[in-house]
Design a protein around this ligand. Structure first.
Ligand code: GLY
Ligand code: MN
Ligand code: MN
Length: 452
């Protein structure tokens, strides 16, 4: 593996070149949101630290994703962006006098030229930098404490917020560049983790190898890593990390991402350890996943892609001798859903499950998932430059398979093969793709090709 030589900093020249155009897009969406909401100023709050009950320790800070869409400032609590159409955007940059915690440094990086930056050292000083007429403001963000809204009554008005959410579907060139970097960063971790698995390491040690290679600390990861050996692969959100390596290493499912300036990657790979039956299952799921990726293009209804996945999963179940019957029957009786009980993917961006996946339009109308598929998180028709995941999976989850007993599905399941594959947990393959007019760009596989 080559050493990672990518510039993730806010001095990255390519990001610096793309950022002004990105902000132009962000400003336009706010112009539209303000107009529709009948307001003159948008005040975007970065968020406040949250404290554990009866304690003075705060949880890891998760910034308001709308704030991060404006500026790559993911560790800047109690700060505000004030946007007024036609005026230079104000950034109220909170830099407390605090000797207990690290404080944000002086504003620095490619983003600074775009803002009229007001550094404040006391929360009380924020008020003087906000528009005087609070009635003409809307505030966007999470306000657990009313004091942080400084008298703005219109907090997250639906009309404006729906417009902002919907518009975040397709990504700007700057966002795509951040996400390509996030993919490379994640893939560097995946390669290190796969090597650690081959060295018979524990889940705990594999996670350390991942964090070391991505140069992330746990709190910066876009979601908690899923590092699952053997049957742990069947627990969809397995986030325990066993400290000891199992005596017998059979399989490894890793779902882990990285982020660059708040933009995430979300990548899954599954590895075997010599068992032919499991290797064949991985191979079939890999082929299935690539087949789905090849169907991604603008105009595709993602619900159809999800239902198509279930038909393909039926084929894999039959080829793997896990089930008997035609695809229609295996879908109708719930067999495919028992083996793949999650959606085939979701929007990705500044949130791992990016907002707006169910939105039919900017007015807030929603599109339901197909009946019987409540966990599908993306129901939109795909548009150019959306970034989404394709993540089919197949697992031995006894809780779900047992529900098939005593139903018409029972006779379609080959319970002996279920027993044989249970110790391997499951298989998931997850790529991040950018929708194009007539196909897609595979951020994940491009990154693997570059780093391998
Ligand atoms: N890692 C979370 C997901 O794949 O959706
Ligand atoms: Mn994932
Ligand atoms: Mn995902």
């Amino acid at each position: 593996m080559r050493a990672m030589k990518f510039d993730f900093s806010d001095k990255n020249a390519e990001l610096g070149e793309l950022y002004p155009q990105h902000l132009e897009t962000v400003r336009k969406r706010h112009d539209h949101a303000l107009e529709q909401a009948g307001a003159a100023h948008a005040v975007i709050f970065s968020g406040a630290p949250k404290y554990a009950f009866l304690d003075d320790h705060d949880y890891p800070f998760r910034p308001n994703p709308h704030f991060v869409s404006w500026a790559p400032l993911i560790r800047l609590p109690l700060s505000y962006i004030v946007y007024t159409p036609g005026e230079k955007t104000v950034l109220i940059y909170y830099q407390p006098h605090d000797y207990w915690h690290p404080v944000p440094g002086a504003p620095d990086g490619y983003w600074t030229a775009q803002f009229d930056i007001r550094v404040v050292h006391n929360v009380d000083d924020v008020a003087e930098h906000l528009p005087e007429d609070r009635d003409r403001c809307i505030a966007v963000g999470e306000f657990d404490d009313d004091a942080h809204a400084f008298g703005i009554d219109r907090v997250n008005p639906t009309t404006a917020v729906n417009i902002l959410h919907y518009a975040r579907g397709p990504k700007t060139a700057y966002e795509l560049a951040c996400m390509r970097l996030a993919s490379r960063r994640g893939v560097a971790g995946h390669l290190a983790a796969a090597a650690a698995f081959r060295d018979n390491m524990s889940e705990f040690a594999i996670n350390q190898a991942y964090c070391e290679a991505t140069r992330h600390i746990d709190n910066e990861l876009p979601y908690s890593n899923i590092i699952a050996l053997n049957e742990h692969g069947a627990i969809l959100h397995y986030t325990d990390l066993d400290r000891e390596a199992p005596v017998e290493l059979r399989s490894f499912l890793i779902d882990a991402g990285a982020q660059v300036h708040g933009y995430a990657s979300d990548i899954t790979r599954t590895y075997g350890n010599g068992d032919t039956q499991f290797a064949e299952l991985i191979e079939r799921m890999e082929t299935l996943e690539l087949d789905l990726v090849s169907r991604v293009k603008a105009g595709v209804d993602y619900r159809d892609l999800h239902l198509e996945t279930h038909k393909l999963i039926a084929g894999v179940l039959v080829d793997s001798d896990l089930a008997m019957g035609n695809a229609e029957t295996l879908l109708a009786t719930g067999v495919t859903s028992a083996f793949m009980p999650h959606g085939v993917g979701h929007l990705l961006g500044v949130q791992v499950h990016d907002v707006g996946g169910f939105m039919e339009n900017e007015s807030g109308a929603t599109i339901d998932p197909p009946s019987g598929h409540p966990y599908l998180r993306l129901t939109r028709v795909l548009e150019e430059d959306m970034v989404l995941t394709i993540e089919p999976g197949l697992y031995i989850i006894d809780m779900l398979l047992e529900n098939l007993r005593g139903t018409p599905a029972e006779t379609h399941v080959n319970w002996n093969t279920v027993d044989q594959l249970r110790p391997f947990g499951g298989v998931r393959v997850e790529d991040n793709v950018r929708v194009l007019a007539d196909g897609c760009e595979n951020l994940t596989r491009d990154a693997f090709a570059e780093l391998l």
